[in-house]
Design a protein around this ligand. Structure first.
Ligand SMILES: Cc1cc2nc3c(=O)[nH]c(=O)nc-3n(C[C@H](O)[C@H](O)[C@H](O)COP(=O)(O)OP(=O)(O)OC[C@H]3O[C@@H](n4cnc5c(N)ncnc54)[C@H](O)[C@@H]3O)c2cc1C
Length: 416
């Protein structure tokens, strides 16, 4: 797929205007250097191109304004619904279906323009819908997934708590107590993406009877005792609305408990899939920063020449492209392992840790190449630079991923 430059950046003084002789048109920035998108079958490549067109024409022109204002672009929801990609990669129940590779490339393509939109989509279509897809009964899937696939009901995923993040597997303090056919849930959840405005929360809580973690589908707007405060003053993924949820004696019917989930092992199944998904988002975020920086380097003049003609600048650009291409190859292989039924927690963890670390390095180099303009939101690169920080930490920090890998390769658990 031939890439065009991503979201428009203010001109850095066209070289031609200064009388510099340009024998032939400059290459259009293209971060899909090994042409991985072209490995999709034609029908799926068409879907990917629709996503790209949506991001380029609808999201790119307005997203910086929303990012600066810390707000979500609700005006985009009708167009997102029309795209018809809810539940991409999931089969049946009104979901978009498609290959695992398509689902990954959609996330990457979104993040190539804006990591917040990719995250909003990933939380809803990945975390929330996958929780029901993997842990729900047939009846629950029939009931909840079709309206979610159509974005009539938007979901969030509540695992992290104010006092429990990395240690969620053994330390959740949110409790669920069964009384007849009703569960009483008490506790708090922090950082929950989409929660200040969405409809459905997947809440993970510890059953007081057997001490095991169970999942619950909670209808946010109609459950008394369920309160959400928007988290203010973030410096990363500012378009995503994150919430602090407080639940005081929330009554949830047994029919809304995810019937297939009996312990944190079932929560971990959802996280395995979505963690490797973050690898796609991080790769896309690096791609967006690289393409914006490369375009800038082709246009920005110093010492009478485009800065892209300087050797040290080209060295940085080549290193950025190598980071991106290595990450792309890694996430494509994780998608193949998923299809082959061989993707382990350690595979997903290695990919999440590597791609987010390389993303962080790449966006920092992109910021550096823009000089002072690199810290101004108007030039896009500053947004990618800041957003990479959240990708690096959410859905399990770098250290947690490496501890998962470390256990798999040495045979020794080192979590505490
Ligand atoms: C923008 C954003 C969106 C998010 N969205 C969601 C969401 O939708 N749903 C949700 O449930 N959560 C969400 N999260 C939460 C996210 O998953 C957690 O922030 C993450 O898991 C880390 O937990 P913590 O912030 O509590 O950090 P902590 O667990 O307190 O970790 C702090 C530091 O200590 C290190 N550390 C901790 N334990 C160890 C150890 N044993 N060995 C070595 N180092 C260790 C960590 O690696 C990290 O560097 C989101 C977070 C952000 C920032």
């Amino acid at each position: 797929m031939t890439a065009t430059a991503t979201a428009a950046i203010p001109s850095a003084a066209p070289a031609a205007a200064k009388g510099i002789k340009q024998p032939k048109p400059l290459p259009v920035p293209n971060s899909d250097f090994y042409m991985l998108a072209e490995t999709l079958p034609a029908e799926e490549l068409g879907v990917l191109k629709q996503v790209r067109a949506f991001m380029e024409t609808k999201v790119a022109p307005i997203i910086t304004k929303y990012w600066v204002e810390d707000s979500f672009p609700f005006e985009l929801l009708p167009a997102i619904k029309e795209l018809g990609i809810g539940g991409v990669g999931l089969k049946g129940y009104g979901c978009r279906g498609g290959s695992t590779l398509l689902a990954g490339l959609v996330a990457m393509e979104m993040a190539r323009f804006d990591a917040s939109i990719a995250t909003f989509f990933g939380v809803h279509s990945g975390l929330a819908m996958s929780s029901i897809y993997l842990g729900g009964s047939e009846e629950q899937k029939q009931k909840w997934l079709p309206p979610m696939a159509r974005f009539e009901k938007v979901g969030c995923f509540g695992l992290t708590e104010p006092l429990v993040g990395s240690g969620a597997s053994g330390g959740l303090t949110t409790t669920a107590k069964r009384e007849g056919d009703t569960w009483i849930i008490n506790g708090q959840k922090k950082w929950i993406g989409n929660s200040p405005w969405c409809d459905i929360a997947i809440i993970w809580a510890r059953d007081l009877a057997d001490n095991q973690v169970k999942g619950f589908i909670v209808e946010i707007k109609t459950t008394p005792g369920f309160k959400v405060e928007k988290i203010q003053n973030k410096i990363s993924l500012k378009v995503v609305q994150n919430g602090l949820i407080t639940m005081e004696n929330c009554r949830v019917p047994e029919e809304n408990r995810l019937q297939g989930d009996n312990s944190f092992r079932d929560t971990a199944k959802v996280l395995k899939g979505t963690r490797y998904f973050v690898g796609w988002e991080a790769t896309g975020c690096a791609m967006g920063a690289y393409e914006n920086a490369l375009k800038y380097c082709q246009e920005r003049l110093q010492f009478g020449k485009p800065i892209g003609s300087f050797q040290l600048v080209q060295d940085l650009l080549a290193k950025m492209l190598a980071n991106i291409t290595a990450s792309q190859c890694m996430v494509v292989r994780t998608a193949q392992l998923e299809v082959e039924g061989k993707l382990t927690d350690a595979h997903a963890a290695l990919s999440k840790a590597f791609t987010t670390a390389k993303c962080r390095e790449t966006v920092a180099w992109a910021r550096e190449l823009l000089g002072g303009n690199g810290i101004a939101a108007d030039y896009n690169v500053g947004r990618f630079f800041a957003d990479a920080e959240a990708l690096y930490s959410y859905e399990g920090t770098y250290q947690m991923q490496n501890l998962i890998v470390g256990k798999a390769i040495t045979g020794f658990g080192a979590f505490v």
